[in-house]
Ligand binder design. Structure first.
Ligand code: HPA
Length: 257
């Protein structure tokens, strides 16, 4: 299994359930200014087993920023300006596919964007500059394979592949919306994957998602009558312990027994 090499600078973007990365040693916060405004929070810089890393809490350290209010451009630009060479984006999702249950980990390989009104490109503000980047495969195969290797090494049962649908939020979906997403081929649903992924691609930063299934999506299984989002904490907490272990292993210092 290949881990992170010394010259790489990996960033973890944490979502719901992962506002901090306590395993970072010598952690300090750095404000980064960007031409696109303020990132969600100061970047946390530190090391894991001597390997420098960056952590960014997507919703802010106090989880105060809703998915539709996140300044995705400032976040990605800030990571770029720190010289980040790869991003693992951690997020919580709802399960649409019958094989996915709360607490499961998923590394999707495709996505569908249902968001609207978000600033979703670094291009287009200058007249005459238009850019159509390739986004056929939205996630970095290199980072996906590293994550899959790590999960294998740790003996974690992880779902390889799948289609991530990004909805606008902050409300959860209706049962009919989830049926539509299922018909479109979506396996999981979240609210923050876009435009985060495409902005990373525009700045040539390899990006992959590591998703934690928090709940069955609206109208499915236990969620047939509704979703009590505030009750999802314990599931997320247990799964995020696995995510932290994966990050440690990814940087190459944690050797599983
Ligand atoms: N829908 C959208 N985003 C989510 C969900 C969901 O059911 N669960 C966690 N994030």
């Amino acid at each position: 299994m290949s881990t992170i090499v010394k010259s790489e600078l990996l960033a973890i973007i944490g979502g719901s359930g992962l506002n901090r990365l306590p395993i970072l040693e010598g952690a300090h916060r750095q404000f980064v200014r960007t031409p696109y405004g303020e990132p969600s929070c100061p970047m946390t810089l530190g090391t894991i087993c001597g390997q420098p890393m960056v952590f960014l809490a997507r919703h802010g350290y106090g989880h105060t920023i809703q998915p539709d209010h996140i300044n995705y451009r400032a976040n990605i630009y800030a990571l770029h300006s720190l010289g980040v060479t790869g991003i693992v984006a951690v997020g919580s999702v709802g399960s649409i596919h019958p094989s996915l249950s709360p607490g499961d980990l998923v590394i999707p390989d495709q996505m569908i964007d249902y968001t609207w009104g978000r600033a979703s490109t670094f291009y287009g503000s200058e007249p005459g500059v238009s850019m159509h980047i390739d986004f056929t495969h939205p996630f970095s195969e290199g980072i996906r394979n590293k994550l899959l290797g790590v999960a294998d090494l740790l003996g974690f049962n992880i779902h390889e592949g799948g289609v991530y649908a990004c909805t606008q939020g902050p409300r959860l979906e209706t049962a009919a919306e989830i049926r539509r997403l299922a018909g479109d081929g979506a396996d999981v649903v979240g609210m923050t994957g876009m435009p985060e992924a495409v902005l990373a691609r525009e700045l040539n930063i390899p990006y992959a998602q590591l998703n934690v299934v928090a709940n069955y999506a609206a109208g499915i299984g236990e969620s047939v009558h509704g979703i009590e989002f505030s009750a999802l904490g314990p599931v997320l907490e247990t799964a995020m312990c696995k995510v932290r272990l994966m990050v440690e292993t990814l940087v190459g210092c944690k050797v599983p027994e």
